[in-house]
Write a protein that binds this ligand. Sequence first.
Ligand code: AMP
Ligand code: MG
Length: 403
Amino acid sequence: MLSYEQARNKVVEQVGRRKGPRATAVVSVWDALGLVLAQEVQTDREYPPFDRSTRDGYAVHSKEAAPAAQLKCVGEIKAGDTVREALAAGTCLQIMTGAAVAAGADAVVMIEHTSREGDLVRFERAAQPGQNIVPRGSEALAAQTILTPGMRLGYAELALAAQVGAVHLQCAQRPRVGILSTGDEVVLIDETPGEFQIRNSNSVSLAAQVRIAGGEPVVLGNAADRIEDLGEKIKRGLKEDTLVLSGGVSMGKYDLVESVLKAMGTEFLFDAVAIRPGKPAVFGMCQGKPVFGLPGNPVSTMVTFELFVAPAIDLLSGAQARALPLVEARLAEALKEKPGLAHFLPAHVGWGGGVPEVKALRWQGSGDIAALSRANCFLVVPADREKIEIGESVSVLLRKDAV
Ligand code: AMP
Ligand code: MG
């Protein structure tokens, strides 16, 4: 059985192979958060465009601003002021953060390190050449490429585009992700379930996870545990860029997803992974489309989505697959799990006086959505560990929407 890293690599390899033109659209910088860029963006001029003061203080010739020296202040420069005149010898100029440093001045002394009487400014310490000035062009040159195709647009990237006036951006369209739940017991979320039925919560969590991953969810409803219904709905789902199913992949008599996919010509890359929850997860290529069969227990569905579907959505968007958001933390309470499978336990990570500290939460197993709603991460127990002692270092898979 594959480890989760091996299984994830299979997804990345397989989906990464599918090259070819991707649909793009021009999107306003206001609406492009989370999209993947499909063009280069270049600077329109140097950045900063002038020698910029990073402090409120005095622009000086550094040699003249020696301890106890006094210089005459001959004017002021506000942010946005046009600055044409050079700084005359023996003088200084009051200057504000963000203002252009006058030619000749090679340092800005913070106002806190000066005292002033009338026009005379006294300096408390030696000024170093270049201090508190960001030189023109030091952040970027003119016509320099600052954003490239495949980059995901977060708030910093959007600000960078806005800074250079790139207000419309050619972006990859979000990949459309079909979401199909299965199970005779599953009813719509706005229906009242019968005594032995359950609402379709997986479609809701999957749609949210697809959005967070950068995809466009296409919710296709629920298929009964019958070959014909499954076949029809899977066929519909294959119209999308990728299809994610929940339920019907375990060993039960009515777990038909794998056999229906097989009959439709699916080539499976894995049909089990050494993890708990989520062991029965399957992944294959069906009629040219990546298809995921995730186990139906809600927490299993959530974990296996993060491990296997999220990187596929990255690749289908024209980006690289992002690494799993794993960090190291100190275990706050000893743990014991059955070895053989890697465990992903709902857990809470916090700041434990200098180091991240993590504690597994009490839960009733992979159907326990309530436990996960109190968690901000999954504590990863490696397959070869049975006991982990308090204070040991463990890996933690962050819940991207909860930290
Ligand atoms: P399965 O993977 O089909 O064997 O289902 C495992 C468990 O997950 C069962 O208890 C199902 O009732 C539950 N389950 C399956 N599909 C859903 C769904 N769409 N929403 C919530 N729970 C589900
Ligand atoms: Mg089922």
